[in-house]
Design a protein around this ligand. Structure first.
Ligand SMILES: *Cc1c(COP(=O)(O)O)cnc(C)c1O
Length: 240
């Protein structure tokens, strides 16, 4: 099965990147990005031991999650509209893509109604790309305490999507800046945030060398997404 072979290669590459950085491979979690993939692929990956899955569209995710029973853990990784917050809070274990104070407030409200606490990551647009969502770094620091004060929302760390480049070494400064920004947030909090979600199929090894704890991998695991899904991804602003 090609997913098994791809996974083995990815695990070896994660281990090698950890060795280069002097990190324990257990400190890096592989999140399988299943947007555009059929439930059968999700099940195949789950059977191989992957436990965390990422989706970037609420509509697609609701259907797929229903078709994938079992103890799977789902992270939302796309741009979230406020009218979809209720579903996001209900279906997902973590929302990795909180990109504004208004969205954080809406998630907090929905979590309160659902009587749960919602773990989130704050998405940062480090490169300042106009096609991507996310806080600007200084804006994140300015809003951090207001977001942290929301009672039903729990900040677990930061997330970024690096600009696409065929030479991943070029985006190393992006990952480094996200790590440094997390260190500033850690100072504000007085305790370290556990997560840095950064690195995708084309750049995850560099992200790990710079401290990633969650790598979000789709194509390298499942192969190219079907065309419709690639177009949908571009529309969502997370163009890769
Ligand atoms: C699609 C997507 C990924 C995975 O991208 P690949 O290059 O296929 O690994 C990771 N993160 C986000 C937010 C995405 O939208």
């Amino acid at each position: 099965m090609y997913i098994a072979a791809n996974l083995e290669t990815i695990r070896q590459r994660i281990a090698a990147a950890c060795a280069r950085a002097g990190r324990d491979p257990a400190s890096v979690t592989l999140l399988a990005v299943t947007k555009g993939q059929a439930p059968a692929s999700v099940r195949a990956a789950a059977d191989l031991g992957i436990t965390i899955f990422g989706e970037n569209k609420i509509q697609e995710a609701k259907i797929k999650i229903g078709q994938c029973p079992g103890r799977l853990r789902w992270h939302f990784i796309g741009h979230l509209q406020s009218n979809k917050c209720r579903d996001a809070v209900h279906f997902f274990e973590m929302i990795e893509s909180v990109d504004s104070l208004a969205l954080a407030q809406e998630i907090d409200k929905c979590a309160a109604k659902g009587a749960k606490t919602m773990p989130v990551l704050l998405e940062v647009n480090i490169a300042g790309e106009s096609t991507k969502y996310g806080f600007k770094p200084d804006e994140l620091l300015a809003r951090f305490e207001a977001i942290n004060a929301l009672r039903k929302l729990e900040i677990h760390g930061l997330m970024t999507i690096a600009p696409y480049t065929p030479e991943p070494e070029k985006v190393r400064p992006i990952f480094r800046q996200l790590r440094e920004l997390k260190e500033q947030c850690d100072k504000i909090l007085g305790v370290p945030l556990p997560h840095l979600s950064m690195g995708m199929s084309g750049d995850f090894e560099i992200a790990i060398e710079e401290g990633a704890t969650l790598v979000r991998i789709g194509t390298a695991l499942f192969g190219e997404r079907p065309r419709a899904a690639r177009a949908a991804t571009r529309e969502s602003g997370n163009a890769r």
